[in-house]
Design a protein around this ligand. Structure first.
Ligand code: AHR
Length: 495
């Protein structure tokens, strides 16, 4: 079937918040330690302890916002353990993740330095589960108070006179689970109380994010919006793409049968339904869409690589992960009137990572390349798209074969991203470009694809899945004809 798509370049649907391309880095496995922080004395080239290769790779994808220190770790993290001379910082046990020693060498100052080097906004997640209101309040004072105060003075003693800007602050994480096993009614009350003391000092205006629902727990969203909606700027949602079962076998990242490819795509597409349904509840209490949906954990979650610590959540990353990322971005952009931020889990060496490291070596994953290709959508204007596409069928099930999103950048260039999630069949597309005919002067394309469903980059072969020039597109007047190979992500730019 010829898939037919209309891009309405003259029907603008608002700005795609650049924070949709946000990230998440937790004190988990080898994400922070080894992956980002190696320490100033490391033989691995670094900037004040942060490894240069990872830094350079991450700069390239324009990370807009970075969430830290967790995840589950956040509700056991006591920020005062992570400041002052590193040699004197408390050594603790990371009980959630592998039971390893956490030496607290990467703390508030180091995280803020990382954000400065990446030129991104920090998104701090505070501790509700095992922390006090005072502790949370003092953390905000420590980071943002300009003038004389106990916490600001302490910050100065630790080498930083100027306050930092902290825009995004999360009041706990997964409070229905690792963040305290609470009922929504109880957490809503705690949220109201804790957020009262998350103060705005000087010009620093904090965007407060309440801990939101797990997957399809719509009652959580209902209760939080009803009881605390007016006191929050954002409400989170967590959903991971897991082909198997969470506790009994999630499936392998690389060694998986064809039906797991299909199931993975089907589960990735489920994000659309979740946003629609949680969004409908939010609309009831917030029809102006003031409160952002903050999907601050998403991505693939597979069984850990054989021989690695089960608590470190280290997994490889294939062309399948790239497709999952592209599918998600198309969904997030479609809902960009409500979705104000998302944070993929996680940046380095954990779950659906951008980069993997081994000692002093680093490789880029297929997912990284999607972030790199799609950065053109950040802060661009979303365009209206009408798509009539065929199905990708597997056994007795079917999903749409092609997903698409389009935006216009500040120079008037139109970027169209497409993905063909079918692992066997190519897709012919007939795309009508409405509203830009007289401006078309050039067409360029980039493709990310592979020959096998498990194709991935390794330290020995780091360039198995990389973007290349795309040539299977032609344009005449308003008509664009494209052939997408199986399992491919394509970005077309029309100037
Ligand atoms: O990203 C890994 C973990 O998944 C996070 O710590 C937690 O919030 C979620 O359950």
């Amino acid at each position: 079937m010829k898939n037919s798509i209309v891009i309405n370049a003259d029907v603008e649907k608002g700005t795609i918040n650049r924070n949709i391309y946000g990230h998440f880095a937790e004190h988990l496995g080898r994400c922070i330690y080894e992956g980002i922080w190696v320490g100033e004395d490391s033989p691995i080239p670094n900037t004040k302890g942060i490894r240069n290769d990872v830094l350079e790779a991450l700069k390239q994808i324009n990370i807009p916002v970075l969430r830290w220190p967790g995840g589950c770790f956040a509700d056991e993290y006591h920020w005062k353990d992570g400041i002052g001379p590193r040699s004197e910082r408390k050594r603790m046990v990371n009980t959630h993740w592998g039971g390893v020693v956490e030496n607290n060498h990467f703390g508030t100052h180091e995280f803020m330095l990382l954000c400065e080097l990446l030129d991104c906004e920090p998104y701090i997640c505070g501790n509700v589960g095992s922390g006090t209101v005072q502790e949370m309040s003092e953390w905000v004072e420590y980071m943002t108070f300009d003038g004389e105060s106990p916490m600001a003075n302490w910050r100065g003693e630790n080498g930083r006179q100027e306050p930092w800007n902290v825009k995004y602050f999360g009041v706990g994480n997964e409070n229905w689970g690792c963040g305290g096993n609470m009922r929504p009614e109880y957490y809503a009350d705690l949220y109201r109380r804790y957020q009262t003391y998350v103060r705005n000092y000087g010009d620093n205006k904090i965007y407060k994010i309440a801990g939101g629902a797990n997957v399809d727990d719509y009652n959580w969203t209902e209760v939080l919006m009803r009881e605390a909606g007016r006191l929050m700027d954002g409400l989170s949602l967590h959903y991971y793409t897991i082909p198997g079962e969470f506790w009994t076998g999630k499936g392998s990242a690389t060694n998986f049968p064809e039906d797991e490819w299909f199931i993975t795509m089907q589960k990735a597409l489920h994000m659309d339904e979740l946003i629609t349904k949680h969004g409908t509840i939010m609309d009831k209490y917030d029809p102006e869409k003031r409160v952002g949906m903050i999907i601050d954990e998403w991505g693939t979650w597979f069984d850990v690589e054989q021989g690695t610590n089960p608590g470190f959540l280290y997994q490889q990353n294939t062309i399948r992960d790239a497709l999952v990322a592209a599918v998600h971005f198309h969904i997030f952009q479609k809902h960009s009137d409500r979705v104000q931020m998302t944070n993929i889990a996680q940046t380095v060496n954990v779950l659906q990572a951008m980069v993997l490291t081994e000692g002093d070596k680093m490789i880029l994953t297929p997912t990284y390349h999607v972030f790199d290709m799609y950065k053109v959508h950040q802060d661009a204007t979303l365009l209206s798209v009408d798509a009539t596409v065929g199905s990708y069928k597997y056994n007795d099930q079917e999903v749409p074969q092609v997903t698409v999103s389009a935006s216009k950048d500040k120079d008037g260039k139109v970027n169209i991203s497409l993905c063909n999630i079918d692992h066997k069949e190519s897709a012919s597309l007939s795309i009508q470009l409405r509203g830009i005919a007289e401006q078309i002067s050039s067409l360029t394309g980039t493709i990310l694809t592979a020959d096998t469903i498990d194709a991935h980059n390794t330290f020995e072969q780091p360039e198995v899945v990389i973007p290349t020039e795309f040539t299977q597109a032609s344009i005449e007047n308003e008509q664009l004809d494209v052939t997408l190979p199986p399992m491919s992500v394509v970005l077309l730019t029309i100037g």
